[in-house]
Design a protein around this ligand. Structure first.
Ligand code: GDP
Length: 454
């Protein structure tokens, strides 16, 4: 850990300013050999949380002028001495500044190595470190807020409470195991059972909200389906506000899947406008139609479009059959035209229906509201604790299962050792979640998803 590391922390693109970050025991010494404050006061003479303006040089050559921000351990992002040098945001200039720093003895930082050091130095829990990635990758307001809550420690606090309760249980059990002659009384047994039950239900709550949390972070896989010419592409263009799908009145124009991301009510919808559902001889279109059905299998939401100006056709009925049981909103389009569709049939077959005219842009707000309602996104509390990824989900799932086993052992009247093993196992999984007891392999895997410089 004594190795001093450096990396460019801003994107590899031309911009106003770039930041090169150095962290480690030698950070200030290294920075001092390439950065010369105009004031004449050396960086090593500066206190933490101060900035200096100066020349950035490599040997005798001046590369740029910039600002050095100094943080002294432990009061820095990584918990080590850190210097952040801001220079002009040119690609070459920034590369040269980094090169000069590396030449003075720093090593190139690996992906997420600054944040990894923050974790290893106790500045962040593992779940908070993971929230940093989610914060950077957030594409919607809700996703951003969820990441901010995790970064503030919402999940950690919830897990910590469960952990403390379970540790008190193992304390009771240990006392009993140490003095086996004394019978564990009913009150204690009842207490142990209640705590395990409460902890299991707390964990179950987290597991239940995982899918909706995932939708908030990663967006909703949404598929727009319907027979040709019902207005799928027009709807897609309306939702995304641009002409990405080709709109024509020749049936079968959308030959493959066209994708677009839109933000509705603070949630990202990943929209796919699929080829119209119809019997087709055209090979290219056939592939498109097959993809439509493939996409349907993994969709979080289906927008099934019908044309209100024509009666329902065999293809509409085929589609109805295919999407049975999926989270679907039936969109009755072209309400500006004379109605010929059997609306009653649709109302009998779909729980969620919206009537719109994509061309006159009516009914869009109702559709937006319906989308949030169907996905139950209005109900989810973003400020609460949420699981952010599969790793966290797996740890909680294992812990919950073990608590159920502990409860079963109590019910079956097994010895307290058996109960203890289950509760200890649950604790171990939760400590892995927070990163308090975790293998290097898990830590390395978590930080491998970060970018270099973070
Ligand atoms: P797709 O094959 O399902 O993607 O259908 P398109 O979006 O390409 O639309 C087919 C035709 O229907 C085009 O001529 C559109 O302008 C027209 N259309 C789409 N939505 C409406 C609507 O709400 N009202 C009317 N009158 N025409 C529409």
């Amino acid at each position: 850990m004594s190795k001093t590391i450096a990396a460019i922390s801003t994107p590899r693109a031309a911009g106003g300013i770039s930041v090169v970050r150095i962290s480690g025991d030698q950070a200030i010494a290294v920075a001092e050999r390439i950065f010369f404050p105009i004031s004449g006061k050396k960086l090593s003479q500066q206190v933490g949380y101060t900035a200096a303006f100066g020349d950035i040089c490599e040997g005798d050559e001046q590369i740029d002028q910039g600002v050095a921000l100094l943080f002294r351990a432990p009061k820095s992002y990584t918990g080590e001495d850190v210097v952040e040098i801001s220079c002009h945001g040119g690609l070459l200039v920034t590369e040269k500044v980094l090169r000069a720093i590396l030449r003075e003895g720093a090593s190139p930082a690996g992906p997420g190595e600054f944040t990894k050091r923050a974790f290893l130095n106790g500045k962040l829990t593992l779940t908070q470190a993971e929230a940093v990635v989610d914060l950077i990758n957030a594409e919607s307001d809700k996703g951003l807020r969820a990441a901010q809550c995790a970064l503030k420690g919402a999940l950690y606090q919830k897990i910590k409470k469960v952990l403390n309760d379970l540790l008190s249980v193992t304390g009771h059990i240990a006392a009993y195991i140490d003095y086996p002659d004394e019978d564990i009384d009913d009150i204690q047994m009842h207490e142990i059972k209640n705590v395990c039950k409460a902890c299991a239900s707390s964990l179950q709550e987290l597991l239940d909200s995982f899918d909706r949390g995932k939708i908030i972070r990663e967006g909703v896989e949404t598929v727009i389906v319907g027979r040709p010419n019902v207005g799928k592409s027009t709807l897609m263009n309306l939702l995304s506000g641009c002409q990405k799908s080709i709109v024509t009145d020749i049936p079968g124009t959308t030959r493959d899947v066209v994708e677009e991301s839109v933000n509705i009510g603070g949630v990202v919808l990943r929209l796919a406008d699929t080829a119209g559902v119809r019997e087709t001889q055209d090979i290219i279109e056939k592939v498109g139609v097959e993809r439509t059905f493939e996409r349907l299998q993994t969709a979080d939401l289906v927008l099934a479009v019908f044309d209100s100006s024509t009666p329902l056709s065999d293809l509409d009925y085929t589609l109805l059959d295919r999407i049975k049981g999926m989270p679907t909103i039936a969109v009755i389009n072209k309400t500006d035209l004379e109605k010929k569709i059997d609306k009653k049939y649709l109302y009998n077959n779909f729980k969620h229906i919206v009537e719109i005219s994509a061309i006159t842009e009516t009914g869009l707000e109702e559709l937006n509201q319906k989308i949030l309602e169907v996905l139950r996104l209005n109900e989810i509390s973003i400020s609460g604790a949420m699981l952010a990824n599969e790793r966290q989900y797996h740890c909680v799932l294992q812990a919950e299962k073990l608590l159920q086993e502990a409860l079963e052992s109590i019910r079956m009247g097994f010895t307290m050792d058996a109960v203890d093993i289950c509760v200890e196992g649950a604790i171990s999984n939760l400590l892995e979640l927070t990163g308090e007891k975790v293998t290097d392999a898990v830590v390395n895997e978590v930080f491998s998803h970060f970018c270099v410089g973070k």
